[in-house]
Design a protein around this ligand. Structure first.
Ligand SMILES: Nc1ncnc2c1ncn2[C@@H]1O[C@H](COP(=O)(O)OP(=O)(O)O)[C@@H](O)[C@H]1O
Ligand SMILES: [Mg+2]
Length: 213
C-alpha cells in the first residue's frame, strides 16, 4: 500500500500551507499523490463542509456535528481515500479522524469511546502511516486563521468563533493523542517559518518513501 499521511492541528497552525508544500515536493519527485481534506474531500462532503464550517450555523448541536463529521468521513473513505490508495497514490489528508477526537471529544466533551467507535466505523480501521501535528499556542493560530478568513472573505469561521478555552482543550487533546501513539505522530513546532516546517516534514517523509516504494 502507498503512504497515507495526515495533517492535524488547531486553526491557523499551517496545515493547508504545509500539505500543499509537501504535495509539490512529492509530485516533483514523480510520486503520484492525492491531496484531500476533511471535511469536504468529496462532492457530497463539500456540502457537509458548508454546514459544519459556516459561521451562521451556531445552533448546530455537538451530536449532530459529530455525526456530520462521521458521514463526511465515511463518504471520503469510500469515494476518495481508499480508491486512491488502491491505485497506488500517496494520500495527503488535511485533517482526519484525530481531529474528531480532539474537537468533538476533548473540545466539546463528547464521549471518547463513542467517537472512537464512530471513527472505526467510518474508516474501517484505516490508520495513517504518519500524522503531522502542527502545534502552536492558541492565540497565534487563531490570529492567523482570523486574518486569513477576513482576507479571503470566507464564511468558514464557525470554529474560529469558539472561545479560547475550547481551542486550548483541542490543543491539549491533540498533544494527548500524540503521546498515546508516538510511533504514528510527529509533533512539529508550528511557530517556525513555513520553510523550516516543510524541511522538518520532508525529513520525516523521505525514509517512509524508501521503505514503501
Ligand atoms: N509557519 C507559518 N508562519 C507564519 N504564518 C503562517 C505559517 N504557516 C501558515 N501561515 C499563514 O497562516 C494562515 C493560516 O495558515 P493555513 O495553512 O491556512 O492554516 P490551517 O490550514 O492550519 O488553518 C495563512 O494565512 C498562512 O499563510
Ligand atoms: Mg486549512
Amino acid at each position: 500500500m502507498p503512504l497515507f499521511l495526515t495533517f492535524e492541528g488547531g486553526e491557523g497552525s499551517g496545515k493547508t500551507t504545509q500539505i500543499q508544500r509537501l504535495a509539490e515536493a512529492l509530485q516533483k519527485r514523480g510520486l503520484p499523490c492525492v491531496l484531500t481534506r476533511e471535511p469536504g474531500g468529496t462532492e457530497i462532503g463539500a456540502e457537509i463542509r458548508k454546514i459544519l464550517l459556516d459561521s451562521k450555523n451556531s445552533r448546530l448541536g455537538p451530536l449532530a456535528e459529530l455525526m456530520l463529521y462521521a458521514a463526511d468521513r465515511a463518504q471520503h473513505l469510500g469515494e476518495t481515500i481508499r480508491p486512491a490508495l488502491r491505485a497506488g497514490k500517496t494520500v495527503l489528508c488535511d485533517r482526519f479522524a484525530d481531529a474528531t477526537v480532539a474537537y468533538q471529544g476533548f473540545g466539546r466533551g463528547l464521549d471518547l469511546q463513542l467517537i472512537s467507535d464512530l471513527n472505526e466505523l467510518a474508516t474501517g480501521g484505516l490508520k495513517p502511516d504518519r500524522t503531522f501535528l502542527l502545534d502552536l499556542p492558541v492565540e497565534i493560530g487563531l490570529a492567523r486563521a482570523k486574518a486569513r478568513l477576513a482576507r479571503q472573505k470566507s464564511s468558514e469561521g464557525r470554529f474560529e468563533a469558539e472561545a479560547h478555552a475550547f481551542h486550548e482543550k483541542v490543543r491539549q487533546g491533540y498533544l494527548r493523542l500524540s503521546q498515546e501513539e508516538p510511533g504514528r505522530f510527529r509533533v512539529v513546532d508550528a511557530t517556525l517559518d513555513v520553510e523550516a516546517i516543510h524541511r522538518r516534514i520532508l525529513q520525516e517523509v523521505e525514509p517512509l518513501l524508501e521503505a514503501k516504494p
